[in-house]
Design a protein around this ligand. Structure first.
Ligand code: OGA
Ligand code: NI
Length: 352
């Protein structure tokens, strides 16, 4: 017993396992990591919902909206936004084209198998150590910007409208990220352009997560606990199926899907820039026995080679910066040394 088993590579696509009666051993988490209903006391609340339309409805509402965003970044690191300006029709098309991709025959999808060099393409978790326990999910990752690394050859050519739809969506999300950057900067008591400047020529990537239904959902996770390493993440969730959970104190709080909303969360780089005022909070995904779930995480990140460090203004006179300056590129290397997901900012900082 308990001898570390060596599994043959390559890792199979989880989608091909959904019809089995039991899940393979390498997806079974140790008991302490399984998604038991949390035993922590109730009343932890739910992820705040912010109506961004309030930013345009006069000074008082604008102020209240900004305060709601700021409170959410301090207390949760997460909030859902409605009236966010992104076309609902475009959101629907994104769900449709990407569902279309995951519904294609496996041979077609495998032509886009992800590469360990760029992480782009279709696949399951890369760079796993032999014997590591895997997550119950497949995904597609692609780079949208900077332009110099955007490469359509790494994007699916089917369904036919996928590339155009994804480009249109990316453009709208960059605008939304700009709005959120401005709001966050102002609520920190800094000038509106602060985060925009610190991000430099921002990069953007899209991770489309496909969590197949799972015959034994209580034994595994769709995505292990992690914080997002970058700047801001905007998640287009499945419109019906829940799964995302956010850590709040000792509990895992489920995010209720609101079809027209987007889920925003602060990534590690913003936690560093704000000297820990705004939190990059751990989250995870649980799966279910009934149906698959599709979600799209848009990552908006600082330029790779700019030093990210706590803003002077946010380090009180009698304290110190909590984080060492590091470029986002260096930060990603640290994370990679620690292993592909399931790590947080605190782990990365300890490692250096
Ligand atoms: C991610 C992520 C959550 C989800 O891709 O980083 O946290 O609901 N996704 O799929
Ligand atoms: Ni995440």
């Amino acid at each position: 017993m308990n001898v570390v088993q060596e599994w043959p590579e390559p890792v199979v696509r989880v989608q091909t396992l959904a019809d089995a009666q039991v899940i393979p051993e390498r997806y079974i988490k140790p008991p302490s990591e399984r998604p038991h209903p949390s035993s922590a006391p109730g009343g932890a609340g739910s992820v705040p919902i912010v109506d961004l339309g309030g930013l345009k409805r006069g000074a008082a509402e604008r102020q209240a909206t900004m305060l709601a965003v700021s409170d959410a970044c301090i207390d949760w690191g997460f909030f859902q936004v409605v009236n966010h300006g992104v076309s609902l029709e475009l959101m629907a098309r994104m769900r449709e084209v990407w569902k279309g991709f995951f519904d294609l025959p496996m041979e077609v999808k495998q032509a886009y198998a992800n590469s360990p060099a760029t992480f782009e393409g279709y696949g399951s978790r890369l760079g796993v150590k032999k014997g590591a326990i895997l997550d119950w999910g497949d995904y597609y990752f692609l780079q949208l910007s900077p332009q110099s690394i955007k490469n359509y050859d790494k994007w699916p050519s089917l369904p036919a409208s996928l590339r155009e739809t994804t480009d249109d969506y990316g453009e709208e999300l960059v605008k939304l990220c700009g709005v959120i950057q401005n709001v966050l900067s102002l609520t920190l008591g800094l000038d509106e352009g602060f985060l925009h400047r610190e991000f430099g020529e921002a990069g953007a990537g899209l991770r489309v997560n496909y969590y197949p239904r799972c015959p034994q959902p209580d034994l595994t996770l769709g995505l292990s606990p992690h914080s997002d390493p970058g700047g801001l993440t905007i998640l287009l969730t499945d419109d019906h199926v829940k799964g995302l959970q956010v850590r709040k104190g000792g509990s895992w709080i489920t995010v209720e899907p609101i079809p027209d909303a987007l889920v925003v969360n602060v990534g590690d780089q913003i936690q560093v820039l704000t000297n820990g005022t705004y939190k990059s909070v751990e989250h995870r995904v649980v799966v279910n026995a009934v149906t698959e779930r599709l979600s799209m995480a848009f990552f908006y990140n600082p330029q790779d080679d700019l030093l990210i460090h706590p803003a002077k203004e946010l380090v009180a006179d009698d304290t110190y910066p909590m984080y060492k300056p590091k470029t986002f590129k260096e930060y990603k290397l640290c994370m990679r040394m620690l292993g592909p997901r399931g790590k947080t900012l605190a782990d990365a900082m300890k490692a250096t």
